[in-house]
Design a protein around this ligand. Structure first.
Ligand code: SF4
Length: 371
């Protein structure tokens, strides 16, 4: 199975924490769509040779596209895939304030069957702090509107560890998310990325990083509440109702192949990674790929550890052995002390991080890297 990721690099307004590649110059949109079609056509070999099972529209803001523009992109892809019936998940990232009734109804007709909605917070003050386009009412309404349009697979994004996010507000946020009864929740801790407004405010002392113990409390409370509400915590930042995991992202974590289209998008064919230019002007000139790297044994081992230990399924002995005995032996030796401390467990041929270990997963994973 393989996936297709399409990066729509437009945002009407920049969120102050975001470092994804985007431009606010919407005048490039028509030309971008033309060049994207060209890029799809150039990749027909991959699209027609692999069993494509997921398509993901990310960004940027895919919901700046009109539904007929989405449909044109999908129809072109569909015309090249080997078996259209294997495509079970087509995800579309949606901004709450783009979600009019008409828009959602028409989007449903394009073939998109999963929404990933960038809600981030239900708190009006925090939404302003983040410089999001939508308000608190739109954050709540969007899910009901999407349901009315017939979407039955909805994911929402939330953020914690934010400046000004008290435990009380975070608790209310998680409770509101549970009441919405969405199939999937992705919850990310804020990171201050260089180049963002948030990073500058941190440097100037306007913002302070949330103390680690407070972040941890917010993380723990969320896990507890979501699990109680029936969500599976299947990856460090991802929760789903049974049977509703993100297939596209699970493919990434499982090391499956994918092709990335659009500026800054990454691709992987099982051995090699390549990535597109993060520059709309170069992209529009047809200069797609910026660089590539062939993964060494060490790279493959480190990726395996990094991606699979983030998932609750963990990493299998067989997968480690496939990279090479040298790496498997290194892992077996290095993981021992973490098993003894109860942070990693070995069961049925796989190693996984335990419920206690999840709170120090970044440290555990870095400890198991092959340097
Ligand atoms: S968070 Fe999303 S909507 Fe906001 S600037 Fe980044 S890509 Fe655009």
């Amino acid at each position: 199975m393989a996936g297709i990721y399409i990066h729509i690099p437009f945002c009407i307004k920049r969120c102050d924490y975001c470092d994804f590649y985007k431009t606010t110059n919407m005048s490039f949109k028509d030309e971008f769509l033309k060049i994207l079609r060209k890029e799809i056509t150039l990749n027909t070999q991959f699209i027609s040779a692999e069993e494509i099972n997921t398509i993901y529209f990310g960004g940027g803001t895919p919901s700046v596209l009109a539904p007929d523009e989405v449909k044109n992109i999908l129809d072109l892809i569909f015309s090249h895939v080997k078996n259209i019936h294997k495509i079970t998940e087509i995800t579309f990232e949606l901004n709450p304030d783009d979600a009019t009734e008409n828009y959602l109804n028409e989007l449903k007709e394009t073939g998109v069957n999963r929404l990933s909605i960038g809600i981030q917070s239900f708190d009006p003050v925090l939404l302003k702090t983040l410089n999001r386009r939508h308000d608190a009412v739109q954050a709540l309404d969007v899910v009901w509107k999407a349901r009315d349009a017939g979407f039955n697979n909805i994911s929402i994004d939330l953020m914690y560890g934010l400046p000004g996010l008290s435990m009380e507000i975070w608790e209310q946020t998680v409770e509101k998310a549970i009441k919405l009864n969405v199939e999937h929740i992705s919850a990310y801790h804020l990171t201050y990325e260089p180049g963002t407004v948030f990073y500058k405010k941190l440097q100037k002392g306007i913002f302070k990083e949330m103390p680690e113990d407070e972040s941890l409390q917010q993380f723990k409370m969320m896990i507890e509440k979501l699990k109680k509400a029936g969500y599976e915590h299947y990856e460090i930042s991802n929760f789903s109702l049974p049977g509703k995991r993100s297939v596209h992202n699970s493919n990434y974590w499982d090391g499956k192949k994918y092709i990335g289209l659009g500026p800054s998008a990454h691709s992987f064919d099982g051995k090699k990674r390549w990535w597109n230019v993060s520059d709309i002007n170069s992209y529009l000139k047809g200069e797609f790929v910026e660089n590539e790297e062939v993964l060494t044994g060490k790279d493959r081992y480190n990726e395996l550890v990094m991606l699979k230990l983030r998932t609750m399924g963990g990493v299998q002995v067989e997968e480690l052995k496939r990279v090479g005995d040298e790496y498997f032996n290194f892992f077996s030796f290095s993981v021992e002390k973490h098993i003894l401390s109860g942070n990693v467990k070995y069961e049925d041929g796989r190693y996984f991080i335990t419920e206690e270990g999840i709170f120090i997963s970044d440290y555990l994973i870095s400890e198991l890297f092959y340097e």
